[in-house]
Design a protein around this ligand. Structure first.
Ligand SMILES: [Zn+2]
Ligand SMILES: [Zn+2]
Length: 467
């Protein structure tokens, strides 16, 4: 049940419809607002499962209104960014390792024979390092998307140390700040609004104000003894893993230098930049099927390099889900690993967002895109062509029906909460079964709205994926 707990139904997007001034739509919006109020109340009761995205969006609006009042403060903070001192250790590592890899690797490969086992170890270390960041630092520690057996946890922790991306305290604190303040130029440590270079690597090269973490947002980690040790002796751990461990494996294979060059240096540089793509390119290129309130995108090509983290639009909307590529066919090896570990009993309490909530978010985005299409044609000043007029009518009708479905869903959820409060424990199972059936009906209806929207889009020759 915990795993299936719905996390959020951001409904702000539905407000787009008010623009049309249509009375039907206004009525529908009133209904949705009522639902939103109810949902926000429910959400507030569950602090752990709260989706900071929703909160942050309101905060961003509030912050925007402050901008004009505090121009001077903003200027001063901006000055702090331009004058930020160099972060010498990370800057040296991040600049020296790619240069060294670009020179040493080709030279080594031209002048030495590298055996298949060394290449095998290079591949294995690539996988271990990359997936330790995604399944370990990211989904396990930052988002608590599942619980891992200590063996798995420590294995991922060692892999994350091999990645040389900071201690768990620093990584997780920064990442939680990124989610809370996404795109904020001042507070998002790797804000995409500061451009590709800054969000990819620039944010680590200097001591920017947004990169100073006080660890207040990681109380769950600061108590952990193993993580305390990793943080305290981080430099030593990094050297032991990246030089000691890699050289030891090389010694076992009879090729210490070859292993150090490939599984040490080259692997480090590649895994660095594959992870950095998530903060840079995944906020620039791709589709936005779930929300357009932030820059995060879904991108299959980037998912290939990032162990499934390319579905970043979904992730920013439903961050505690252990899956990033939520659809069955989406390439997300990290999701498969966690699901596999759970089959073996090595991962438990996998958290997911229920299908209805996900579909609801998608349909809502499609309504928003539909309205944008109508607005574009209306703004052109020419007479709305007949085909567009009928598209507009269909969208209005569908939107009204969709709002009613959402109302039904709201009533059902309220009923579920009420029933659980009142029913005796031995009847809970029965109640659950009945509710499941009713939820299935709602899900079917939302899918119908989705299909109808697709048909409407097709009628005007619009490919929503291109949006
Ligand atoms: Zn992001
Ligand atoms: Zn995240």
């Amino acid at each position: 049940m915990i795993a299936k707990k719905a996390m959020g139904l951001p409904l702000k997007g539905l407000r787009f419809a008010i623009k049309s001034g249509d009375s039907i739509l206004q009525n529908a919006t009133t209904q949705v607002t009522r639902f939103k109020t109810w949902f926000d109340d429910t959400k507030a009761k569950s602090a752990l499962d709260e989706q900071p995205t929703a909160k942050r969006n309101y905060a961003t609006i509030a912050a925007q209104s402050d901008v004009s009042i505090n121009d001077e403060t903003i200027d001063l903070r901006e000055l702090e960014f331009t004058k930020a001192p160099i972060n010498w250790i990370p800057a040296t590592i991040l600049i020296a390792t790619p240069i060294a890899a670009a020179i040493i690797t080709p030279w080594y490969l031209f002048t030495h024979q590298v055996s298949a086992p060394v290449w095998g170890v290079f591949g294995a270390f690539m996988v271990w390092t990359g997936i330790s960041i995604t399944a370990g630092y990211h989904r396990l520690l930052s988002h608590r998307a599942y619980k891992a057996h200590p063996v798995v946890r420590n294995f991922l922790l060692l892999g994350s140390t091999l990645a040389v991306q900071g201690s768990a305290f620093d990584w997780v604190s920064g990442h939680r700040t990124h989610h809370r303040h996404v795109d904020d130029r001042m507070d998002d440590p790797y804000s995409a609004k500061r451009g590709f270079f800054f969000s990819h690597i620039g944010w680590m090269l200097r001591n920017y104000p947004s990169g100073k973490f006080d660890y207040k947002n990681i109380p769950d980690l600061t108590k952990d003894k193993v993580l305390q040790i990793q943080h305290k002796y981080y430099g030593l751990w990094v050297l032991a893993a990246n030089i000691g461990l890699v050289a030891a494996v090389g010694w076992l294979l009879g090729d210490v230098w070859g292993t150090l060059v490939l599984a040490g240096l080259l692997r480090l540089v590649l895994t660095h930049h594959f992870t950095f793509f998530i903060n840079s390119l995944c906020h620039m290129f791709g589709s936005r099927p779930y929300t357009d309130t932030n820059t995060a995108r879904d991108n299959f090509i980037l998912a290939l390099f990032t162990w499934g983290e390319g579905y970043h639009n979904y992730h920013h909307f439903f961050q505690y889900d252990y899956r990033n590529g939520v659809k069955l066919w989406q390439y997300d090896p990290t999701k498969w690993l966690i699901a596999g570990l759970s089959k073996l009993g090595l991962a438990t309490e996998l958290r997911t967002v229920d299908d209805t909530t996900i579909k609801h978010a998608e349909v809502q985005m499609q309504f928003k895109q539909a309205q944008q299409q109508i607005d574009t044609v209306s703004a052109s000043g020419i007479d709305i062509p007949h085909i567009m007029q009928s598209f507009q009518d269909r969208i209005k009708f569908e939107y009204y029906a969709f709002t009613q479905t959402v109302e039904e869903w709201q009533a059902l959820k309220a009923k579920a909460i009420e029933m659980k409060k009142n029913e005796f424990a031995d009847r809970l199972h029965e109640v659950d079964e009945q509710l499941k059936l009713e939820y299935a009906k709602i899900e079917e209806k939302i899918h119908e709205h989705n299909d109808n929207l697709k048909i409407a889009f097709r009628s005007i020759g619009y490919n929503k994926k291109a949006a």
